[in-house]
Design a protein around this ligand. Structure first.
Ligand SMILES: C[S@@+](CC[C@H](N)C(=O)[O-])C[C@H]1O[C@@H](n2cnc3c(N)ncnc32)[C@H](O)[C@@H]1O
Length: 233
């Protein structure tokens, strides 16, 4: 596990800023903003900046889900849309996508806030692969999913240990043995140890590795923090 104290401290400062933001949002009863990051953002954070074609090639034949995908299904330069164009079985999961949701101009503005430069289309192709469900109620068969990605949802917004436990339990249910979950941003593993024995029990179903990412020059977009990979044992 990474023991670099500078990286550890930078990550703590990222989470401090995030906590101020989320607590203020809570106090003002503001909803979680659904953003829509680009494929290049996901490549940089989750795949060590490998090229688009390398990432897509590696995805072929796999079932992949983006948990708390926000408005990415509507955005042309998202990983969701790149996978659709390439015939990759990629799903977006977000309560925001519940049946009846209509993408309005205010949503488009919010998607742009942290989004890429692609076009945003309320009638984008492939929306049937977006599911309006929660992370702990996934529309997948047992042991069927190869890879789960999640950006700025788990740990960033969802902190309640009871909820985290039910989410990771659901991940263990749907993942194939050896299947992986990649989450960004996360704290150093030593500061996110489970408190309850039932949560610890669920987490013992994974091998955990962390990699420090972030770009000092573009820290608003790529803040210093760890991306954590959980591999189902
Ligand atoms: C800050 S946005 C991040 C969106 C996208 N992953 C990104 O990085 O642009 C957080 C998203 O998580 C979704 N969300 C909140 N609670 C969730 C849950 N329990 N399960 C799945 N998604 C959730 C929200 O609707 C919102 O779209």
């Amino acid at each position: 596990m990474n023991e670099n104290p500078v990286q550890h401290a930078l990550t703590a400062s990222t989470f401090f800023g995030l906590r101020v933001f989320t607590r203020t949002s809570d106090m003002l009863s503001l909803p979680v903003v659904s953003t829509g990051r680009s494929f290049s953002y996901y490549r940089k954070i989750f795949f060590g900046n490998r090229s688009e074609s390398q990432v897509l090639e590696n995805f072929k034949g796999k079932i992949i889900a983006d948990i708390g995908c926000g408005l990415t299904p509507y955005i042309s330069d998202s990983m969701f849309q790149a996978c659709r164009r390439e015939g990759v079985d990629f799903y977006g999961i977000d309560p925001k996508l519940a049946k009846g949701f209509k993408l309005g101009s205010f949503d488009k503005m919010k998607a742009r806030l942290f989004g890429g430069a692609g076009t945003i289309d309320a009638n984008a192709p492939g929306l049937e692969k977006g599911f309006g469900t929660l992370a702990d109620d996934l529309p997948f068969e047992d042991s069927s999913v190869d890879l789960i990605l999640s950006n700025y949802v788990i740990y960033a917004w969802i902190e309640d240990e009871v909820v985290l436990e039910s989410i990771f339990r659901e991940f263990l249910r749907v993942l194939k043995p050896g299947g992986q979950v990649k989450i960004f941003p996360t704290r150093h593993i030593d500061t996110q140890r489970p408190g309850s024995s039932s949560y610890a029990d669920v987490m013992s179903g994974f091998d955990i590795k962390q990699r420090f990412v972030g770009d000092v020059k573009r820290f608003m977009t790529y803040p210093p923090a760890y991306v954590t990979t959980y591999t189902k044992r």
